[in-house]
Design a protein around this ligand. Structure first.
Ligand SMILES: CC(C)[C@H](C(=O)O)[C@@H](O)C(=O)O
Ligand code: SF4
Length: 459
């Protein structure tokens, strides 16, 4: 029987297998940030161990960094960042600190350097590590004790999850993006729908996505409860990788591409679970609730709790969100718009937002935060920063920013945002803050009207 992409990558990395025990996997790339690494380094120090492969380990500062220039005011954030610097210096790990040209959100910098490649195993003490699966890598988040294990041994014990195919047939209509697709998928299968599985996104609509779009989709796999999300590498992948600093060159490139092509799921492979979705039926999608599965097409209304899968959860969500069933989603007023994060902080996302904002004015507080310093540079070279500032939006430096309340970019209690990030949990963007997850295009259009809006709605 044929094998799936996930099975091929997994088997390729098993260094020890024993009955009744988890497989021991070799890890090709270990990404580190300031939040989940301090205790792991402490553990190494206490055990008198070193980092086994500092050359396969790379660190960045992202969660706690302010996106306005200047020192870190918050003492906890400051300590986290200083601790990361001290640990990286002591253990010989490459670090891209605040202000460095290579700094950025951990899941944005791996791909941009060409460190993220097909067929790799990639881990990070961060749930959105699934982003890297867009390249056909097996990438997943790990806990801090596992971070220590990987630092010390470059391996990780893990049980093999089941496999799930999400088959996306048809074509996304114009104006409908990768973010709308993944929000619609999560609304369909639920936040637990992918539990215990590695998802492979397949089908015509997925093949047509750019690498940026694929990363947006794989990024949110974890929001459907999946262990990881993957997309088979193809010409789009190779095109994106070619010439990046860590991509292979010359003969090695040709050999790598030949290998990468062999990773695609065999035609006779069987998935444990199959979900089908028709892309051509989709429209811009937004969330109304407090988990990423509580979403609906923008053209619809706030649902009545009884109409949803989990009325109790919906009731609680609507109360927190301050929403009344039956209100058209397009009538929901927001006071803040955030474009950024590892879901939608890449160059293509900023281009999409700029296209909407060009020659228009925002009526909300609008933060545009590039996912990395390189994205920032590229956006500035393309003049996107001037489009944003001319529209009245704020142009910041790279970091997680308003994706989560671990830095100065937060919502005040009761404030409501349209956000291109991936989580709308209670308090996610600041205590009492209310979050509607949207695509960059919808975020930008919303900034123009002050209500949830799609670009096609603008006169
Ligand atoms: C802080 C970190 C551990 C966390 C994660 O694991 O995802 C964060 O990045 C998030 O998005 O909630
Ligand atoms: S941008 Fe958001 S989701 Fe991504 S790593 Fe940072 S906090 Fe987590």
């Amino acid at each position: 029987m044929g094998r799936t992409l996930a099975e091929k990558v997994w088997e390729q990395h098993v260094v020890r297998r024993a009955e009744g025990e988890p497989d021991l996997l070799y890890i090709d790339l270990h990404l580190i940030h300031e939040v989940t690494s301090p205790q792991a380094f402490d553990g190494l120090r206490m055990a008198g161990r070193t980092v086994r492969r500092p050359d396969l380990t790379i660190a960045t500062e992202d969660h706690n960094v302010p996106t306005l220039l200047g020192p870190i005011a918050d003492p906890v954030s400051k300590t986290q960042v200083e601790t990361l610097r001290k640990n990286c210096a002591e253990f010989g790990v490459r670090l891209h600190p605040m202000g460095d040209a290579g700094q950025g959100v951990v899941h944005i910098i791996g791909p941009q350097f060409g460190l993220t490649q097909p067929g790799m195993t990639i881990v990070c003490g961060d749930s959105h590590t699934s982003t890297h699966g867009a390249f056909g890598a097996l990438a997943f988040g790990i806990g801090t004790s596992e971070v220590e294990h990987v630092l010390a041994t470059q391996t990780l014990p893990a049980y093999r999850p089941k496999t799930m195919a999400i088959e996306v047939s048809g074509e996304l209509p114009s104006g409908v993006t990768a973010k709308d697709l993944i929000l619609a998928i999560i609304a369909k299968i639920g936040t637990g729908g992918g539990q215990g599985h590695i998802v492979e996104y397949r089908g015509e609509a997925v093949r047509k996505l750019s690498m940026e779009g694929r990363m947006t989709v794989c990024n949110m796999s974890i929001e459907a409860g999946a262990r990881a999300g993957m997309i088979a590498p193809d010409e789009t992948t190779f095109e994106y990788l070619k010439g990046r600093p860590h991509a292979p060159t010359g003969e090695k490139w040709d050999a790598a591409v030949a290998y990468w092509k062999s990773l695609a799921t065999d035609p006779d492979a069987v998935f444990d679970t199959v979900v089908e979705i028709d892309a051509s039926t989709l429209t811009p999608f937004v969330t109304w609730g407090t988990n990423p599965g509580q979403g609906a097409p923008l053209g619809t209304a706030v649902p009545a709790p009884e109409e949803t899968d989990d009325p109790a959860a919906a009731r609680r969500a609507l109360e927190y969100m301050g929403l009344t069933p039956g209100t058209p989603l397009r009538e929901i007023e927001v006071d803040t718009v955030f474009v950024g994060s590892c879901t939608n902080g890449r160059i293509e996302d900023l281009r999409a937002a700029a296209e909407v904002l060009r020659g228009r004015k925002v009526v909300t507080r609008t933060l545009v935060v590039p996912g990395s310093m390189l994205v920032k540079l590229q956006a500035e070279q393309e003049g996107l920063d001037r489009v944003f500032t001319a529209a009245g939006a704020e142009w910041r430096t790279a970091g997680c920013s308003m994706c989560l309340g671990m830095n100065p970019d937060t919502l005040a209690p009761g404030e409501r945002s349209a956000s291109t990030s991936n989580r709308n949990f209670e308090g996610r963007q600041g205590k009492g803050g209310r979050t509607h997850l949207v695509s960059p295009a919808v975020a930008a259009a919303t900034a123009v009207t002050g209500k949830l809006t799609a670009p096609a709605d603008l006169a």
